[in-house]
Structure formats: C-alpha cells, structure tokens
Design a protein around this ligand. Structure first.
Ligand code: HAM
Length: 407
C-alpha cells in the first residue's frame, strides 16, 4: 500500500467542507478590504527564497524541498507565499508603475520540518500582501482584516506585536546586541549560527537556557528612531480604537528575515505547542532587494490547518433537491430531469430505482431540502409531487413547469 508522505495529509470531508468554508469567507473579507486574488507557481528558483526568506532562517537553513530539475535548474517548492508574490510583482513591472496593489492568495506550502501536532511538511496558508503604501494605517488595516477573519470564525487569539525598526535604527541596535551576545556564554548551536547571520533571530530562541542568558539583552523597542517610534504609537492607538487587544512582545522577531517595522503574530492557547495561527508584518526593503524599484509592503499569512482545528461549522441548513426513480422505467426520466434541474439548483439523484423509503433516507443523508420521486403514476400523468422536507409541505407540479419552480 502506498501512503501519503510523512507530514502530508489529504483534506477529506468533513475537513474539506471546513476548508472551502474558510477560504470562501476569508476571500470575501479580503475583497471587502480591496484585495484581489493572485496565484503564483508552487515551484520557484531556490535563489528567490534564499534571498528573501534569508540564509539565517531555519526555513532556508534546514527545511527547503530543494532539487535540481531535468533542465539543471536549482528549484524549490515554496515554503511560504510572500517571496513568489514579490517576484511576480516585479516581473510584471507593477513596481515600475508605482501603483498600489493589494493581493490575497491561498495554497500549499512546503517545509521539511519534524512533523508534530500543528506542524506539517505540506500545509496551507491564506495570505495577503499589500504593495505601495508606507502609511502605518495600512499595517493597521491588515491587522484589522485578520482579526475580522478570526472573529468571523469565532476564534479567540492573542495578538503579539513588535517593531523591528528600520535601516536608521536597526544597525546601531544590532551592534549593541552583538556586543551583548559576545558576553553571553553557552548559547545553543542555532543561536551561534544566527549570531553571525542575523543576530536579532537569537531573541526568539525557544531554548530555556538561551532565554535565561537573554534576560538583560538590549531591546530594539527601546532604541527605535523617531519615525519608527511614532508609527508604532499610531498603530497601537488605531488598534485600541477598534478594540483589538494586543500584547507587546519585544522579543518577537519572526522566522523570516525580510521584516522591518511592524511584526505581529496571532497565537491561540487552544491548539498546543504550535500556537501561532497567523503571522506577518512590514517588509519595505524586499522588493528592492529582489531587484525591483523600492516599494513599501505589508502582509500576513494564516496557517489554515492550525486554524481549522478551531473553526466550528454552522449547522448545515438543508438545501437543493433530491430526485429518485421508483421503477426501472423511470430511471431515464430521472436522469434527464436531474440534468436539467442542475442548471438551476443543487440536485442529487440515484441512478438505480429503489423504494420510496430508501430514497427518503438518502435525501435526508444528503441534506436535501426538496424531494421528488418518479414512478408509474408520475410517468403517466407527467406530474410530480415536490415535497419540502423542512416544512413537510407538498406541491404538485407538471414536469414541464419544474424549471420555473421556486427552489
Ligand atoms: P510564517 O509565520 O512563517 O509567515 O507562517 C504563517 C503561518 O503559517 C504560521 O503562523 C502557521 O500558522 C503556519 N505554518 C507555518 N509553518 C507551518 C507548518 N510546518 N505546519 C502547519 N502550519 C504552519 C509566513 O509564511 C509569511 N510569508 C507571512 C507574511 C505574509 N508576512 C508578510 N506577508
């Protein structure tokens, strides 16, 4: 027997219903905020992720599904969505046009991690990316959108917020931090590597020993330049105005290297150790870094599998119509009838004839609202009874009039 690969899962009913319910409603909310759908390839050049997600990240360091394809290209299954969208933004010359572009996307991402609850090797994200707006109100708008999505599904989370500064305040802070880290003896192997590549990544190390060594580490939030400080204050006050609770987490640096200024994560205490359900932030330098014209940008991604654990589906209302044949002679008419009805209304039917009770049972299982059976009498009279399974009302209808029936 061949099984799915470790850390990879099928999405089957009832999860598949939850999945489409989730994507449909997030898409609706994103459209209300002026975002449009974008889809980019799952496979990209490896260098795209090395340059954007960053060499110091675990993703690039350890988790890439990377291989050489038949044309000798070094390629990689996308570990996240932002880099591909930035590539597309530049490739399609949207940076040159100097316009504001807002995208939403969803799909599979791949990270070769050690699988555990809430951590898969193939998982799905729903994300948004906004290009061309440096105003901090855009950061606030994407956070408001994300909390609206979480609220829609009745999910309780905590918003963790930080500012990662900009090229004005970050370099001097980084040297201060490196000086401090040089005095901290006993940092784990990962932190030793991060110290040289991207020292701020040391701050959110999960090791208790490293966290103990970092107790008195200097914090960027205390060393922000005036612009970053003002933006951070404005962001906090907008969030408060709209009743979004947040916690400042000065050690939140995120696992990807492209962020500056706003960084945030929504965490849930109901899904175990992998508690981050969504994360994002501002990445004003990435477009330029990947060869485009400097363009400010901000976005987030939701981890769909982690969130689906928390989503409760609304009680399914009955919908559509069920058609059944009571005898062999009616089977052809039922097929024709159902094919016609399907142009107007969700229609389920059975090819094989069976008795009334069995059809009724099927209709009930399928959640149909209306029920029609065709047998000897109906064939003769060219009339059927349409039964509303919710109200139990019955209505006679000529076969020729079924197209006009108000379902
Ligand atoms: P990220 O924090 O790496 O950010 O991923 C976003 C979300 O994806 C996480 O909060 C988590 O819920 C989910 N996730 C990550 N790894 C796994 C996994 N192995 N298994 C299941 N779920 C996982 C990004 O990917 C950025 N591109 C977000 C962003 C968009 N920033 C700006 N724009």
């Amino acid at each position: 027997m061949i099984n799915a690969l470790r850390g990879m899962r099928d999405i089957i009913s009832p999860d598949s219903e939850k999945y489409t319910y989730f994507i449909e409603n997030c898409s609706k909310i994103a459209k209300n905020y002026g975002f449009e759908f974008i889809a980019t390839p799952v496979l990209e050049e490896t260098s795209l992720f090395k340059r954007s997600v960053g060499e110091s990240s675990d993703i690039v360091g350890k988790e890439m599904y990377q291989f050489i394809d038949k044309g000798e290209n070094d390629v990689c299954l996308r570990p996240e969505g932002t880099a591909g969208i930035v590539r597309s933004f530049i490739q399609n010359k949207m940076d040159r046009a100097g316009i504001v572009k807002r995208f939403f996307y969803y799909g599979a991402m791949f990270r070769y991690e050690r699988p555990q609850k809430g951590r898969l090797r193939q998982f799905h994200q729903f994300g948004v990316e906004s290009f061309g707006v440096s105003d901090v109100r855009e950061d606030a708008a994407v956070i408001l959108m994300l909390s609206e999505m979480l609220q829609f599904f009745g999910i309780k989370t905590i918003l963790k917020l930080n500012s990662l500064g900009c090229p004005k305040c970050m370099p001097s802070y980084r040297s201060k931090l490196v000086k401090f880290l040089d005095t901290a003896e006993g940092l784990c192997e990962d932190c030793q590597r991060r110290k040289n590549l991207n020292p701020i990544r040391v701050l959110d190390c999960k090791s208790e020993n490293c966290q103990r060594l970092l107790t008195n580490a200097p914090l960027l939030i205390e060393a922000l330049c005036d612009e970053c400080k003002n933006d951070f204050e404005s962001l906090k006050s907008i969030l408060s105005k709209f009743d979004i609770n947040y916690e400042i987490d000065p050690k939140l640096v995120r696992g990807l290297d492209y962020y500056s200024k706003t960084a945030f994560e929504f965490v849930s205490s109901d899904i175990g150790a992998q508690s981050s359900v969504a994360g994002g932030g501002r990445y004003d330098r990435l477009v330029e870094f990947l060869g485009g014209k400097a363009t400010p940008a901000v976005g987030f991604a939701i981890g769909v599998e982690r969130l689906l654990e928390l989503v409760k589906m609304p009680e399914n209302a009955k919908s559509g119509v069920y058609v059944g044949a009571l005898n062999k002679e009616s089977e052809e008419l039922v097929f024709t009838l159902a094919t016609k009805l399907r142009k107007k209304v969700k229609t389920s039917f059975e090819y094989a004839s069976k008795n009334f009770a069995k059809h009724l049972n099927n209709a009930d299982k399928m959640g149909a609202k209306y029920f029609i059976c065709v047998g000897e009498n109906e064939l003769k009279s060219s009339e059927v009874i349409v039964k509303n399974l919710e109200t139990k009302e019955e209505q006679k209808c000529a076969l020729s009039d079924l197209g006009e029936f108000k379902w």
